[in-house]
Design a protein around this ligand. Structure first.
Ligand code: SF4
Length: 297
C-alpha cells in the first residue's frame, strides 16, 4: 500500500500523559504505516482530519527545538502512544532520532515501544539515556499470521533487535499484545524470549474499537473454527478463556521458576528475570501497573 506523506508543524512534541506507566508521551508522526488490523490508535483519524484508511497516511511532524530539556530529568517519556516511532518514514525523516538528540543528556527516562527493528539504528543514542527501556510487540511466532495483522518488521527481525539490545545492556520488554484467543501461543512466545526479554507483558485483545468488525470478519474468514469462542468472549462477555489462560501461564511460570505477577494485584519485586506481568483488563489496573513498572527499575 502506498503511504500518503504530509509534512506538518507541531507546537509541542512532548505532552503530558495520563497513561499508567509514563509522565509524558511523544508522537513524532500522526498515523502509522504499519497499519495493524487491531490498532486502537486509528481513532486519531477523527482528530486529525484524515478520511483515508488507517495505515495509508503519515503526517511527519516538525517542532521547535526543545528549550530546557533538563526539566524532563527523572520523568518518563514514552514513544509513542498513538504511532510507531520507528515506522518506515523514520528511515527517511529521522524525526524520532531528532527528538532523542534534543533530549540527550536531559536525564529523561526513555521508554520506547515499536514493532520495528529500525530502532537498531539508534542503539548508541538510546544507550546514552540511563535506564532506557525498549519494548517490541510480539503476539505470534507465526509469520503468516503476523503478515495478516500488520506491515511492520517480521517477528524474526523484532526478536533479533530485542536480543541485540539485551546484549548491549538495554532493558527489553516483550509485549505479548494483543493476545488473540485460540491463536496467540503465549507460553511459546515466553519461551522464545527467555534470555532476551527482561520483562514480559501480557495483554488481551480488546474489541471495543472501530476495528471490531474487521477483526471478527477476519476470524470468520481465516479461522472459522474460532467463531464460537470469539462470540463467547466478545458478544457474551464471557471471561472464562482469560481466566484459564491466566491459570495456564501461572502454572507454566511456576514450573519454570519465573515470577508471574497480575498487575491488578499488589506486585512484589522480581525474584529472577524475566518477570511476567499479566495486564488483562488493563483499564482496571492503572495504579497497580504503575507500581509494577516502577518495581522493575
Ligand atoms: S504499530 Fe502501533 S500505532 Fe502502528 S498501526 Fe500498529 S498498533 Fe497502530
Amino acid at each position: 500500500m502506498d503511504t500518503k506523506i504530509r509534512l506538518t508543524n507541531s507546537k509541542n512534541i512532548i505532552t503530558k500523559s495520563d497513561l499508567p506507566v509514563c509522565d509524558y508521551s511523544a508522537n513524532p508522526y500522526v498515523g502509522c504505516a504499519h497499519g495493524c488490523m487491531y490498532c486502537y490508535a486509528s481513532f486519531m483519524k477523527r482528530f486529525t482530519g484524515h478520511d483515508d484508511q488507517w495505515g495509508s497516511f503519515v503526517d511527519v511532524k516538525t517542532w521547535p527545538a526543545i528549550k530546557d530539556a533538563a526539566r524532563y530529568d527523572g520523568k518518563e517519556i514514552f514513544l509513542s502512544s498513538v504511532t510507531d516511532p520507528y515506522q518506515p518514514a523514520e528511515g527517511i525523516y529521522k524525526r524520532t532520532r531528532t527528538l532523542l538528540e534534543q533530549l540527550k543528556g536531559s536525564g529523561a527516562r526513555l521508554s520506547i515501544s515499536t514493532k520495528s527493528d529500525l530502532v537498531l539504528r539508534d542503539l548508541d543514542l538510546i544507550k546514552t539515556f540511563p535506564g532506557a527501556r525498549v519494548a517490541w510487540s510480539v503476539n505470534t511466532l507465526d509469520e503468516t499470521f503476523r503478515a495478516d495483522m500488520d506491515r511492520a518488521s517480521s517477528i524474526a527481525a523484532r526478536l533479533n533487535a530485542m536480543r541485540i539490545f539485551h546484549e548491549e545492556g538495554v532493558h527489553t520488554t516483550c509485549f505479548i499484545s494483543p493476545i488473540f484467543p485460540g491463536i496467540t501461543d503465549v507460553t511459546a512466545i515466553i519461551e522464545r524470549v527467555n534470555g532476551i526479554a527482561d520483562l514480559v507483558w501480557l495483554e488481551d485483545l480488546n474489541l471495543r474499537g472501530s476495528y471490531r468488525a474487521t477483526v471478527m470478519d477476519y476470524i470468520s474468514n481465516r479461522h472459522p473454527g474460532l467463531v464460537p469462542l470469539y462470540q463467547e468472549i466478545y458478544n457474551k462477555k464471557d471471561r472464562t478463556y482469560w481466566k484459564e489462560l491466566d491459570a495456564t501461564v501461572a502454572t507454566y511460570a511456576g514450573n519454570e521458576g519465573l515470577e508471574y505477577v497480575r498487575a491488578s494485584d499488589s506486585p512484589t519485586p522480581p525474584a529472577k528475570p524475566p518477570r511476567l506481568v499479566n495486564f488483562f483488563c488493563h483499564s482496571q489496573v492503572k495504579k497497580s501497573a504503575r507500581m509494577a513498572e516502577n518495581k522493575t527499575k
